[in-house]
Design a protein around this ligand. Sequence first.
Ligand code: URA
Length: 247
Amino acid sequence: MRSRLDKLLANAGYGSRRDVKRLLRSGAVTVAGERALDPAREVDPETEPVEVAGSPAPVGQSHYLMMNKPAGVVTSTDDPVNETVMSLLRAPWSAMALFPVGRLDLDTEGLLVLTDDGPLTHRLTSPRSGVDKTYYVELRDPVSDADLPLFVELFRSGVAFRDGYVCLPARLARAALPRPGVDPARAVEVTIQEGKHHQVKKMMKVIGNEVAYLKRVAMGELSLDPALASGEYRELSADEVAALRSV
Ligand code: URA
């Protein structure tokens, strides 16, 4: 697919559009072996190899990041009021046209994938994709050993919201690793396949409880890297990208 040369280079990590213009002016960039100076030149990287200072430039390739989203930032590319997940990115990622895969609420933490791969994003977020999303949940009230199996069965058979919507089957279990100091009876793990607005919070309301803390810990085969502190991010490994693609 043809794209502007300055956009291709910015998306490949060569800095902001302004940095890229400077790079082009310096004469360091060639397209199909010829010096390229025009930032607006349309290039098809499949058929016209781009080189920077004599080395192949990774233009036209997709990028994939895993972020441990903190509470208090919006899952959006821009927002008039709140800080967004994009504002946590530093160069070269900040100059790329990345976007979040799906949405986490302002107060939800955890696994968020950022990419510029539109087709994969569509596959992962489409309601029919059936991708598992697993959340660690701390509830306002403890769940007794007597109630747990009833709720597990309710989640398995499909929680019904007040508006009549019946959720797809979901898995509920006690959390294996509650956060330090948290009553284990308040900590559960839930796996859903949909991404309705406030879905987990609404499901917990149906069982007469409330979410006090919510963190996404896995999406499909991809788990949040426990080494990532809140607000940190890293590139996905090739295996992790393959795992995401396998859905
Ligand atoms: N369910 C919610 O209620 N909130 C989220 O952010 C994600 C799932």
